[in-house]
Design a binder for this molecule. Structure first.
Ligand SMILES: Nc1ncnc2c1ncn2[C@@H]1O[C@H](COP(=O)(O)OP(=O)(O)OP(=O)(O)O)[C@@H](O)[C@H]1O
Ligand SMILES: [Mg+2]
Length: 315
């Protein structure tokens, strides 16, 4: 792939925090390498304390890596210009809640160096996009959590960034609000923006992200397309019109782990996917009519849990 298609590149990045007086250390990131393509919604997943926020802060130049390097849109993150194209919604943000939504955008727009004319026009559009126009003149302290997050998104988009970093954007937001935020992210993608999303909400990431990386205790344990992680497992559900006892017995002998679900359905996990053919041979020899052989999809959550428990190979 052409390098200009790369939005973020992280190379063997480590971050060690010196903590406390006793010279203790916390290795928040350990030799992390990853690439994010432009135009993708990329999800960084991991349990609490995995290092997700630390990585975003390094990418935004708010923290310096102990080792390794990172670039955003081709510029090293130690170069302040690397942030020109970035927008950021921090984790647990607190906006000045005596302000109204519109006032808050004005302040943030000013900090991004926009003129008051630009701020006015952008605020109007953005409040529209995030569905907050109605509440633009209401004080933030009266906003619900979902409204605050949507305003936060508008703030992250004020400088019309090419890449948007969102740290737990739907934390504490109800399902309707989460859906709205997801829709906004999809629209950003349609406009060709890159989104880097930190989350521990797996279903969310599964619904919206193109690619994911899974971080655990500072180490990247998996990176790839969501489709690869939720890909079919080697478990199949075989459905037949009727499964005679003889067929069930032969299957049990050949595949001791097979489970008889009903009198016409079997669930079976193969060690080698080609074994599906042997199973079909057994059934067809006994003239059993097969109506379906359905690969069972594993959810991102199952995949994630298996990876964290080390049940599947990391790669
Ligand atoms: N400023 C700091 N000083 C010392 N240790 C820190 C600091 N910031 C983070 N850590 C530690 O680094 C590790 C990673 O923290 P980080 O906040 O990046 O995790 P996270 O994946 O974002 O977690 P969460 O899901 O809870 O937001 C944790 O062990 C945390 O305690
Ligand atoms: Mg965090």
């Amino acid at each position: 792939m052409n390098d200009s298609n790369i939005a973020i590149e992280v190379k063997e990045l480590s971050k060690i925090f010196k903590s406390g007086l006793k010279g203790g250390e916390v290795q928040a990131l350990s030799e992390v390498s990853l690439k994010v393509d432009k135009g993708d919604i990329f999800g960084l997943l991991g349990p609490n304390g995995a290092g997700k926020t630390t990585l975003v802060k390094v990418l935004l130049g708010a923290l310096h890596a102990t080792k390794g390097s990172a670039s955003v849109y081709g510029l090293d993150v130690r170069n302040a210009n690397s942030r020109n194209k970035a927008g950021f919604l921090p984790e647990n943000h607190r906006f000045p809640d005596y302000m109204t939504g519109a006032q808050m955008l004005k302040v943030y727009g000013g900090m991004s160096g926009l003129s008051s004319g630009e701020i006015k026009a952008r605020s109007k559009d953005l409040l529209e996009i995030v569905g907050m126009s109605k509440w633009r003149d209401m004080k933030i302290k009266k906003y619900s959590k979902g409204m605050k997050q949507r305003l936060g998104l508008a703030q992250a988009l004020i400088n019309d960034p090419e890449i948007i970093f969102l740290d737990e954007p739907t934390d504490g937001v109800d399902p309707v609000g989460r859906r709205e935020i997801r829709d906004i992210l999809k629209r950003l993608k349609e406009q060709g923006k890159t989104v880097f999303l930190n989350s521990h909400l797996l279903a969310e990431v599964e619904a919206v992200c193109d690619k994911v990386a899974i971080l655990d205790k500072g180490k990247l344990i998996k990176t790839g397309p969501v489709s690869e992680l939720t890909r079919v497992s080697s478990t199949y559900q075989i459905e037949t019109i009727q499964l005679p006892i003889e067929a069930a017995e032969q299957i049990k002998t050949a595949f001791p782990h097979a489970k008889l679900l009903t009198d016409n359905k079997i669930s079976i996990t193969f060690e080698d996917p080609r074994q599906l053919n042997s199973l079909i041979d057994i059934l067809r020899k006994l003239n059993v009519e097969i109506t379906a052989a359905i690969p069972v999809k594993i959810s991102l959550e199952d995949s994630f849990m298996q990876l964290l428990r080390g049940e599947v190979k990391h790669g």
